[in-house]
Write a protein that binds this ligand. Structure first.
Ligand SMILES: *Cc1c(COP(=O)(O)O)cnc(C)c1O
Length: 386
């Protein structure tokens, strides 16, 4: 006698039959294609505790210190998307009664607002009518005129619009010198563009896996400065930490002490190690140069097609290039055509009439940029005719 099924078993193909024979080239705003050595690391499972894992974890932390440019060793991996790393920083540094200023310039800035409000913090938001123009140092100085904040939160590269917060170093230093802990979302910048956690006086940095770091989705990194760590360790006992998985002090058991907190996503940790190792191997300067050069090449080719770029040159985020959908075309149709006829995936948008091409990690290879622009050019001709 077998099991008595309460439902008929579904008739479905194995996974290979669902996936296309040739994987799509991911040229959107993330996830990005990973290097072969990262893909290989992602296929391996080892014990989540023990000497090999301890060596990997120590390696992730010291590679990350280089990539984040920090002396602080308080670097913690989070099993989850970059959004869960956002929640880890917030829930450890904010609680009811703490004051936060969030610079919100698009979808991801607004996500920080929501995350901070959910822990009961007192949240003030800086917004602009026009989200193409990022906030400047003087906007932030005005916000500090007659008040102060425990925490300032900013997004370095706003993926939803392709706008770079170019004043970030000055803003962060200013806010820190006013006594704030500065938290930065560096998901689309860290590992691709210049980033200096200690030099810019940043207290908490969030990096996702699947974007600028060139790793897989679902495992993220948070770096805390020693100053931020002091706040975490001295959290008032009356302000109960509402999360167990995201409690940085508990997570340190695994990331700092090699003991059990929860079972880490082993292949994800190995992938992250390898992605960070590749960044170290290439060197931060070389890597930034490659990203700028490749993104410039892409931008020039797009402009040669008479496409208009959404973000002005002075604040254009090199890692996510946003393009206005030309009059008479439909962004979803362009993307569908590129996917179906050329095997290339680019991104749509949240709210704006734009399409977005990523320039992060393995997306910055000349032949990939070439292929993407050719496909986009052909797709434009096809959808304008239709
Ligand atoms: C993608 C992204 C996130 C969120 O990443 P998830 O892994 O989807 O949670 C946060 N911030 C920025 C700037 C992003 O581009």
């Amino acid at each position: 006698m077998g099991f008595t099924d309460s439902q008929n078993s579904p008739v479905l193909p194995p996974i290979q039959d669902i996936l296309p024979d040739e994987p799509l080239l991911l040229m959107g705003a993330g996830p990005v294609p990973v290097a072969p050595s990262v893909a290989k690391a992602n296929s391996i499972i080892i014990n989540h505790l023990g000497p090999t894992m301890s060596e990997v974890i120590l390696g992730v932390r010291s590679l990350a210190q280089y990539v984040f440019q920090t002396e602080s060793d308080k670097i913690i991996g989070v099993a989850g998307p970059a959004s869960s790393a956002m929640e880890m920083t917030i829930t450890n540094l904010l609680w009811p009664g703490r004051r936060a200023l969030v610079i919100a310039n698009g979808t991801f800035g607004e996500r920080w607002v929501e995350v901070a409000q959910r822990v009961g913090a007192d949240v003030t938001v800086l917004r602009k009518a026009q989200d193409i123009a990022p906030h400047t140092l003087s906007d932030v100085q005005k916000a500090y005129q007659d008040t102060n904040y425990d925490v300032l939160i900013a997004v370095h590269g706003e993926t939803s619009t392709g706008v770079l917060l170019s004043d970030l170093p000055a803003i962060a230093q200013f806010a820190h010198r006013k006594g704030s802990l500065v938290i930065v979302d560096a998901v689309t910048t860290l590992g691709a563009l210049q980033f200096d956690m200690d030099g810019w006086e940043i207290a908490g940095v969030v990096a996702g896996g699947q974007k600028a770091l060139g790793s897989i989705p679902g495992i993220s990194l948070v770096a805390f400065s020693e100053e931020a760590w002091h706040v975490i360790e001295n959290r008032p006992a009356s302000k109960l930490m509402p999360h167990w998985c995201l409690d940085a002090r508990l997570a340190w058991r695994f990331w700092g002490e090699g003991t059990y907190h929860y079972t880490a996503p082993v292949p994800g940790v190995l992938s992250l190690y390898q992605a960070l190792w590749l960044i170290k191997d290439e060197g931060l300067d070389n890597r930034a140069k490659r990203h700028i050069k490749s993104s410039k090449m892409l931008q020039n080719k797009l402009q040669a097609l008479e496409l208009q770029l959404f973000a002005p040159d002075s604040v254009r985020l090199p890692t996510v290039v946003s393009i206005r959908v030309p009059v008479g075309a439909n962004g979803d149709h362009i993307r569908a055509h590129m996917r179906e006829k050329h095997g290339i995936e680019i991104s749509g948008a949240f709210g704006h009439n734009i399409i977005r091409v990523g320039q992060m990690s393995e997306q910055c290879r000349p032949e990939r940029v070439e292929r993407t622009v050719n496909a986009l050019s052909e797709a434009l001709r096809a959808v304008m005719k239709a």
